[in-house]
Design a binder for this molecule. Structure first.
Ligand code: NAP
Length: 228
Protein backbone atom coordinates (compact mmCIF):
# COMPACT_ATOMS: atom_id res chain seq x y z
CA UNK A 1 0.00 0.00 0.00
CA UNK A 2 1.31 3.47 -0.85
CA UNK A 3 2.16 5.54 2.23
CA UNK A 4 0.05 8.63 2.96
CA UNK A 5 1.45 12.14 2.74
CA UNK A 6 2.41 13.99 5.92
CA UNK A 7 -0.56 16.38 5.70
CA UNK A 8 -3.02 13.55 5.13
CA UNK A 9 -1.76 11.50 8.07
CA UNK A 10 -1.75 14.59 10.33
CA UNK A 11 -5.40 15.17 9.40
CA UNK A 12 -6.24 11.55 10.16
CA UNK A 13 -4.48 11.83 13.55
CA UNK A 14 -6.56 14.93 14.32
CA UNK A 15 -9.79 12.99 13.70
CA UNK A 16 -9.15 9.86 15.77
CA UNK A 17 -10.95 9.24 19.04
CA UNK A 18 -8.42 7.95 21.55
CA UNK A 19 -9.36 5.45 24.26
CA UNK A 20 -7.00 5.04 27.21
CA UNK A 21 -7.05 1.78 29.20
CA UNK A 22 -6.04 2.54 32.76
CA UNK A 23 -6.59 6.19 31.89
CA UNK A 24 -7.18 7.09 35.55
CA UNK A 25 -3.44 6.76 36.31
CA UNK A 26 -0.89 9.55 35.96
CA UNK A 27 0.35 8.51 32.51
CA UNK A 28 -3.15 7.96 31.13
CA UNK A 29 -4.51 11.24 32.52
CA UNK A 30 -1.44 13.08 31.28
CA UNK A 31 -1.80 11.77 27.74
CA UNK A 32 -5.56 12.35 27.87
CA UNK A 33 -5.05 15.95 28.93
CA UNK A 34 -2.49 16.71 26.21
CA UNK A 35 -4.41 15.00 23.42
CA UNK A 36 -7.64 16.70 24.47
CA UNK A 37 -5.83 20.06 24.51
CA UNK A 38 -4.74 19.28 20.94
CA UNK A 39 -8.40 18.71 19.97
CA UNK A 40 -8.76 14.92 19.97
CA UNK A 41 -11.75 13.19 21.48
CA UNK A 42 -10.59 11.08 24.44
CA UNK A 43 -12.32 8.30 26.33
CA UNK A 44 -10.67 7.51 29.65
CA UNK A 45 -11.01 3.86 30.61
CA UNK A 46 -10.97 2.29 34.04
CA UNK A 47 -12.07 -0.88 35.81
CA UNK A 48 -14.61 1.39 37.52
CA UNK A 49 -16.97 3.73 35.64
CA UNK A 50 -17.08 6.25 38.51
CA UNK A 51 -13.27 6.52 38.66
CA UNK A 52 -13.18 6.96 34.87
CA UNK A 53 -15.74 9.79 35.02
CA UNK A 54 -13.82 11.47 37.85
CA UNK A 55 -10.53 11.32 35.92
CA UNK A 56 -12.21 12.54 32.72
CA UNK A 57 -13.52 15.61 34.56
CA UNK A 58 -9.92 16.58 35.40
CA UNK A 59 -8.82 16.38 31.75
CA UNK A 60 -11.59 18.21 29.89
CA UNK A 61 -15.34 18.21 29.52
CA UNK A 62 -17.86 16.06 27.66
CA UNK A 63 -18.37 15.25 24.84
CA UNK A 64 -14.66 15.78 24.12
CA UNK A 65 -13.39 13.94 27.20
CA UNK A 66 -15.51 11.22 28.76
CA UNK A 67 -14.98 8.25 31.05
CA UNK A 68 -16.10 4.65 30.72
CA UNK A 69 -15.18 1.16 31.82
CA UNK A 70 -12.17 -0.11 29.85
CA UNK A 71 -14.20 -2.27 27.49
CA UNK A 72 -16.50 0.61 26.51
CA UNK A 73 -13.52 2.92 26.08
CA UNK A 74 -11.93 0.36 23.77
CA UNK A 75 -15.09 -0.05 21.69
CA UNK A 76 -15.74 3.70 21.41
CA UNK A 77 -12.20 4.60 20.26
CA UNK A 78 -10.37 4.38 16.94
CA UNK A 79 -6.97 4.17 18.60
CA UNK A 80 -6.44 2.75 22.09
CA UNK A 81 -3.53 3.47 24.44
CA UNK A 82 -2.68 0.80 27.02
CA UNK A 83 -1.57 2.61 30.19
CA UNK A 84 -1.95 0.01 32.94
CA UNK A 85 0.81 -1.36 35.18
CA UNK A 86 2.72 -4.36 33.75
CA UNK A 87 1.10 -6.62 36.37
CA UNK A 88 -2.35 -6.11 34.81
CA UNK A 89 -1.28 -6.04 31.15
CA UNK A 90 -1.82 -9.60 29.92
CA UNK A 91 -5.09 -10.17 31.80
CA UNK A 92 -6.69 -6.92 30.70
CA UNK A 93 -5.73 -7.31 27.03
CA UNK A 94 -6.85 -10.94 26.95
CA UNK A 95 -10.27 -9.89 28.24
CA UNK A 96 -10.54 -6.99 25.78
CA UNK A 97 -9.25 -8.78 22.68
CA UNK A 98 -12.59 -8.72 20.87
CA UNK A 99 -13.32 -5.07 21.81
CA UNK A 100 -9.89 -4.13 20.42
CA UNK A 101 -10.25 -6.01 17.14
CA UNK A 102 -9.49 -3.90 14.08
CA UNK A 103 -8.01 -1.05 16.17
CA UNK A 104 -4.56 0.41 16.49
CA UNK A 105 -3.38 -0.34 20.03
CA UNK A 106 -0.55 1.79 21.41
CA UNK A 107 1.38 0.11 24.21
CA UNK A 108 3.40 2.39 26.53
CA UNK A 109 3.87 -0.19 29.28
CA UNK A 110 7.35 -0.58 30.76
CA UNK A 111 7.84 -3.94 32.51
CA UNK A 112 10.10 -2.90 35.36
CA UNK A 113 10.55 -3.22 39.08
CA UNK A 114 12.49 -1.43 41.81
CA UNK A 115 14.90 -2.53 44.50
CA UNK A 116 17.46 -0.71 46.67
CA UNK A 117 19.61 -0.11 43.55
CA UNK A 118 16.80 1.55 41.62
CA UNK A 119 14.77 0.42 38.60
CA UNK A 120 15.50 -2.71 36.58
CA UNK A 121 13.69 -4.36 33.62
CA UNK A 122 11.55 -7.46 34.14
CA UNK A 123 12.22 -10.14 31.49
CA UNK A 124 9.17 -10.77 29.27
CA UNK A 125 8.81 -14.19 27.62
CA UNK A 126 7.42 -12.61 24.41
CA UNK A 127 10.35 -10.13 24.28
CA UNK A 128 8.50 -7.00 25.37
CA UNK A 129 5.15 -5.78 26.65
CA UNK A 130 4.29 -4.64 23.13
CA UNK A 131 5.07 -8.08 21.69
CA UNK A 132 2.96 -9.65 24.41
CA UNK A 133 0.11 -7.33 23.37
CA UNK A 134 0.57 -8.35 19.74
CA UNK A 135 0.50 -12.03 20.72
CA UNK A 136 -2.72 -11.60 22.71
CA UNK A 137 -4.40 -9.19 20.25
CA UNK A 138 -4.16 -11.06 16.98
CA UNK A 139 -6.94 -8.91 15.46
CA UNK A 140 -5.35 -5.54 16.36
CA UNK A 141 -2.35 -3.60 15.08
CA UNK A 142 0.00 -3.03 18.00
CA UNK A 143 2.41 -0.11 18.12
CA UNK A 144 4.86 0.70 20.93
CA UNK A 145 5.15 4.41 21.84
CA UNK A 146 5.21 6.99 24.68
CA UNK A 147 7.42 4.78 26.93
CA UNK A 148 9.68 7.66 27.93
CA UNK A 149 7.11 10.43 28.25
CA UNK A 150 7.05 11.41 31.89
CA UNK A 151 3.62 11.74 33.50
CA UNK A 152 4.64 14.65 35.76
CA UNK A 153 5.55 16.67 32.64
CA UNK A 154 2.31 15.72 30.88
CA UNK A 155 0.31 16.79 33.92
CA UNK A 156 2.24 19.98 34.72
CA UNK A 157 0.08 23.00 33.77
CA UNK A 158 3.25 25.15 33.60
CA UNK A 159 4.80 22.94 30.89
CA UNK A 160 3.42 24.10 27.54
CA UNK A 161 5.94 22.20 25.31
CA UNK A 162 7.43 18.80 26.02
CA UNK A 163 10.75 19.07 24.08
CA UNK A 164 11.27 15.37 23.34
CA UNK A 165 11.16 12.65 20.71
CA UNK A 166 8.70 9.79 21.06
CA UNK A 167 10.10 6.52 19.71
CA UNK A 168 7.42 4.66 17.73
CA UNK A 169 7.80 0.95 16.94
CA UNK A 170 5.65 -1.39 14.95
CA UNK A 171 5.29 -3.65 11.95
CA UNK A 172 2.61 -1.71 10.05
CA UNK A 173 3.68 1.47 8.23
CA UNK A 174 0.29 3.19 8.32
CA UNK A 175 -0.07 2.50 12.05
CA UNK A 176 3.41 3.80 12.97
CA UNK A 177 2.93 6.88 10.75
CA UNK A 178 -0.41 7.58 12.44
CA UNK A 179 1.02 7.18 15.95
CA UNK A 180 3.96 9.46 15.06
CA UNK A 181 1.44 12.06 13.87
CA UNK A 182 -0.66 11.58 17.02
CA UNK A 183 2.42 12.10 19.23
CA UNK A 184 3.22 15.26 17.28
CA UNK A 185 -0.13 16.75 18.25
CA UNK A 186 1.51 17.39 21.64
CA UNK A 187 3.49 20.64 21.31
CA UNK A 188 7.27 20.11 21.30
CA UNK A 189 7.05 16.38 20.55
CA UNK A 190 8.50 14.72 17.46
CA UNK A 191 7.46 11.16 16.60
CA UNK A 192 10.42 9.07 15.40
CA UNK A 193 10.07 5.63 13.82
CA UNK A 194 12.41 3.36 15.79
CA UNK A 195 11.95 -0.07 14.23
CA UNK A 196 9.86 -3.18 14.28
CA UNK A 197 8.00 -4.40 17.34
CA UNK A 198 10.70 -7.03 17.97
CA UNK A 199 12.98 -4.14 18.97
CA UNK A 200 10.59 -2.75 21.59
CA UNK A 201 12.15 -4.62 24.53
CA UNK A 202 15.20 -2.39 24.76
CA UNK A 203 13.06 0.74 24.37
CA UNK A 204 10.89 -0.36 27.30
CA UNK A 205 13.99 -1.29 29.34
CA UNK A 206 15.67 2.05 28.57
CA UNK A 207 13.06 3.63 30.83
CA UNK A 208 15.03 2.16 33.76
CA UNK A 209 18.08 4.18 32.62
CA UNK A 210 15.95 7.31 32.45
CA UNK A 211 14.70 6.65 35.99
CA UNK A 212 18.37 6.61 37.10
CA UNK A 213 19.01 9.84 35.18
CA UNK A 214 15.98 11.43 36.83
CA UNK A 215 17.09 10.39 40.31
CA UNK A 216 20.69 11.59 39.90
CA UNK A 217 19.84 14.89 38.21
CA UNK A 218 16.43 15.56 39.78
CA UNK A 219 14.89 15.75 36.31
CA UNK A 220 12.11 14.38 34.11
CA UNK A 221 14.45 13.34 31.30
CA UNK A 222 13.26 12.58 27.78
CA UNK A 223 15.08 11.54 24.60
CA UNK A 224 16.16 13.37 21.45
CA UNK A 225 17.49 11.49 18.40
CA UNK A 226 20.09 13.51 16.47
CA UNK A 227 20.75 13.96 12.72
CA UNK A 228 17.24 13.32 11.45
N1 NAP B 1 4.10 7.25 35.03
C1 NAP B 1 4.92 7.56 34.03
O1 NAP B 1 5.64 8.60 34.05
C2 NAP B 1 4.99 6.65 32.81
C3 NAP B 1 5.70 7.07 31.67
C4 NAP B 1 5.71 6.25 30.54
C5 NAP B 1 5.06 5.03 30.57
N2 NAP B 1 4.41 4.64 31.70
C6 NAP B 1 3.73 3.33 31.71
O2 NAP B 1 2.34 3.61 31.72
C7 NAP B 1 1.66 2.63 32.49
C8 NAP B 1 0.78 3.37 33.51
O3 NAP B 1 1.59 4.11 34.38
P1 NAP B 1 0.94 4.91 35.62
O4 NAP B 1 2.07 5.51 36.35
O5 NAP B 1 -0.16 5.76 35.13
O6 NAP B 1 0.36 3.65 36.43
P2 NAP B 1 -0.71 3.51 37.58
O7 NAP B 1 -1.17 4.85 38.01
O8 NAP B 1 -0.12 2.61 38.62
O9 NAP B 1 -1.88 2.70 36.88
C9 NAP B 1 -2.71 3.24 35.89
C10 NAP B 1 -4.11 2.70 36.05
O10 NAP B 1 -4.15 1.31 35.72
C11 NAP B 1 -5.26 0.72 36.40
N3 NAP B 1 -4.80 -0.54 36.97
C12 NAP B 1 -4.01 -0.72 38.05
N4 NAP B 1 -3.77 -2.03 38.26
C13 NAP B 1 -4.45 -2.69 37.28
C14 NAP B 1 -4.62 -4.07 36.97
N5 NAP B 1 -4.03 -5.04 37.69
N6 NAP B 1 -5.40 -4.39 35.90
C15 NAP B 1 -6.00 -3.41 35.16
N7 NAP B 1 -5.89 -2.10 35.43
C16 NAP B 1 -5.11 -1.74 36.47
C17 NAP B 1 -5.72 1.71 37.47
O11 NAP B 1 -6.94 2.25 37.01
P3 NAP B 1 -8.38 1.79 37.59
O12 NAP B 1 -8.16 1.37 39.00
O13 NAP B 1 -9.16 3.05 37.47
O14 NAP B 1 -8.83 0.71 36.68
C18 NAP B 1 -4.66 2.78 37.45
O15 NAP B 1 -5.18 4.08 37.71
C19 NAP B 1 2.71 1.74 33.15
O16 NAP B 1 2.78 0.51 32.50
C20 NAP B 1 4.01 2.52 32.96
O17 NAP B 1 5.13 1.66 32.78
C21 NAP B 1 4.35 5.42 32.83
Amino acid sequence: MATQGTQEIAEEAARVAVGILGGTGDEGRGLARRLAMAGNRVIIGSRDAGRAAGAAATCGSPPQVTGAVNEEAARAADVVIVAVPWEGHADLLTRLASALEGKIVIDCVNPMAFDSHGAYPIPVPEGSAAQQAAAVLSGSTVVGAFHHVSAPLLLDPDVSELDMDVLVLGDDRHATDLVQALAERIPGVRGVYAGRLRNCGQVEALTCNLVSVNRRYKAHAGLRVTDI
